[in-house]
Design a protein around this ligand. Structure first.
Ligand code: PAF
Length: 295
């Protein structure tokens, strides 16, 4: 498996692959890989000739500096996992390989940098005003900034993302459409621990006890799914909020039942459309998100 740090080296490598008319699959990550990431690699390998994974803890998508500092960095074990999964190459750039000092300075000053649109008008509209977007100002601009940079470097045919970050997926689909990038975005299902906890790099920061306790998050979501055609939405949410609040170590940030496309909250079940329940909680110092598609 090739491990590449420089954009130039990566582009040369990928140009040779493209010349052979091979299908390039891309899995962008921030490292601290787990089985959820590996399932993306495996899915990509089923249809792509070459699979490349990026590992880059993106500073511009963190709105909390201590969260960025605490984000787990495990490059050596990540590469071992990727090698076992038969990933073809890893792109692991330094921050200054992807960002200019000016871009980082704008982030430091909390100024939203839109240079990644390259002069096009990109507007995520209401998609970024709810849930993660509302809780984490600037987060999706940072995600779009780094993903657009990576897409322009890798120019993959297909890119794979986990559905755990449901809103991120919607933002990336919208970005690709608005920037007219010829990349197919593929959503992959959430991988869960045996107790139902959605796999996440942040789980590494939970204590053993917290990991056990965290099972209540997905249990709550699956209860809503089981009851969604039986009770009004207000009752579903009320019951679920009580369940979460019964756990003193959990702090609920949001719990919303939203339209799967617009991500706007819905007031009534409409089986002709699709809906998803999304949650963000804090468990001790760790922020966790999860979601379950209801119908
Ligand atoms: O989902 C993630 O790990 C990150 O948000 C991504 C897409 C790699 C961008 O930094």
């Amino acid at each position: 498996m090739l491990i590449i740090n420089s954009i130039e080296q990566l582009k040369n490598h990928l140009n040779r692959i493209r010349d052979q008319k091979k299908i390039i699959g891309f899995v962008p990550t921030m490292g601290a890989l787990h089985q959820g990431h590996i399932s993306l690699i495996e899915r990509a390998k089923t249809v792509c000739d070459v699979v490349i994974c990026s590992i880059f803890v993106n500073p511009t998508q963190f709105n909390d500096l201590s969260d960025l500092e605490k984000y787990p960095r495990t490059l050596i074990t990540d590469c071992q996992l990727l090698e076992t999964a038969k990933c073809d190459s890893v792109f692991a750039p330094e921050v200054l390989e992807l960002y200019t000092k000016e871009e980082l300075e704008l982030k430091k000053q909390k100024i939203e940098d839109k240079s990644w649109t390259k002069g096009k008008t990109v507007d995520f509209g209401d998609l970024e005003k709810v849930m993660e977007g509302a809780q984490r100002p600037g987060h999706f601009n940072g995600v779009a900034q780094v993903v657009s940079k990576l897409f322009r470097i890798v120019e993959p045919d297909k890119a794979y993302f986990g559905q755990k970050d449901f809103q991120q997926l919607a933002i990336i689909r919208s970005m690709v459409k608005q920037l007219e990038m010829p990349i197919e975005i593929i959503a992959c299902e959430i991988m869960r621990e045996p107790n139902g906890l959605a796999m996440s790099s942040r789980n590494e920061r939970l204590t053993k006890e917290e990991r056990v306790l965290a099972a209540v998050i997905s249990k709550t979501l699956f209860k809503i799914k089981a009851d969604c055609f039986l009770k009004p939405i207000s009752d579903l949410l009320k019951g679920a909020e009580e369940l979460i609040r019964s756990q003193p170590l959990l702090t609920l940030e949001y719990l919303e039942i939203v339209d799967s496309e617009t991500l706007q909250p819905i007031n009534a079940i409409d089986p002709s459309k699709s809906a998803v329940v999304c949650i963000a909680v804090k468990l001790g110092a760790v922020r966790l998100i999860d979601n379950v598609v209801l119908y």
